[in-house]
Ligand binder design. Structure first.
Ligand code: CO
Length: 253
């Protein structure tokens, strides 16, 4: 009970301090919210959305769940997404994973955990689809980190396929989608993919992920990475195979 009382005590001190700095602070905040960002992150207590992004109340619309998944069957996530994009008109949707994610670790483990296994199944798919790349990573920690990154990219792809994002893109180039990974050892948000503004850019990221090419911001001038040679040809071959429905791209759910 003492720990709980501490939370209430801290709240009173915080509210008093904010009011002292600006007597109108809460009146202004209460009147409206105009966040520029929808943040989708993990429920992990070590990754507090406002703290790590340096944002104040009113600046970040937030959805969190175990392992920052974006699933079309998740009524909660889809409702948050629709409200954020269609009503609040956010300009950016940010999926933020984090190293040492317990959800990802559980998905990597061979043992059953119960109900949460259903939730984590999409991460097991990510591991299976990227087996070729992951098998090449000997170091266990690096492999874990890479799965965290790949999971963020997969969730970005899920986002790009939602009717909400598709409709928004059909009307304009917003919102931009971004994939970040919070480095829990350094306190740094690492940019895995930023500025995704079209299905082509999302497809491109997915193709690069599945061919083991490290993801970064999508190319500005073309839909394939300009790495040349074999990788370039492979990317095109993958893309064609995907269009014909028998590529090494994961099947649509
Ligand atoms: Co986590």
């Amino acid at each position: 009970m003492e720990n709980f009382r501490k939370i209430i005590q801290h709240n009173r001190e915080w509210a008093a301090a904010m009011k002292e700095a600006d007597p109108d602070y809460f009146r202004k905040k209460a009147s409206k919210q105009e966040p520029l960002f929808l943040y989708i992150g993990c429920a992990d207590s070590r990754v507090p959305a406002n703290v790590v992004t340096g944002t104040e109340p009113g600046e970040l619309f937030v959805h969190r769940n175990i392992a920052n998944l974006v699933l079309p069957s998740d009524l909660n996530a889809m409702s948050v997404l629709q409200f954020a994009v269609e009503v609040l008109d956010v300009k950016h949707v940010i999926v933020t994973g984090h190293y040492q994610c317990g959800g990802v670790k559980a998905a990597m483990a061979g043992q059953p955990y119960g109900l949460v296994d259903h939730w984590l199944q999409p991460i097991r798919n990510v591991i299976r689809w990227n087996k070729a790349e992951l098998d090449g990573i000997i170091d266990e920690q690096q492999r874990f980190n890479r799965i965290v990154e790949l999971n963020v990219l997969e969730q970005l792809y899920h986002l790009s396929e939602t009717p909400v994002i598709q409709n928004a893109w059909a009307k304009g180039k917003r919102p931009l989608l971004h994939g970040l990974v919070y480095d829990i050892h350094e306190g740094i948000l690492r940019e895995i993919a930023t500025g995704v503004d079209s299905q082509e850019a999302a497809d491109d990221l997915a193709a690069r992920r599945l061919s083991g090419v490290p993801a970064g911001p999508p190319p500005i001038t073309g839909r394939f990475p300009t790495v040349g040679g074999e990788a370039f040809a492979d990317a095109i071959a993958n893309r064609v195979a995907e269009k014909m429905g028998h590529g090494n791209t994961p099947p649509k759910p």
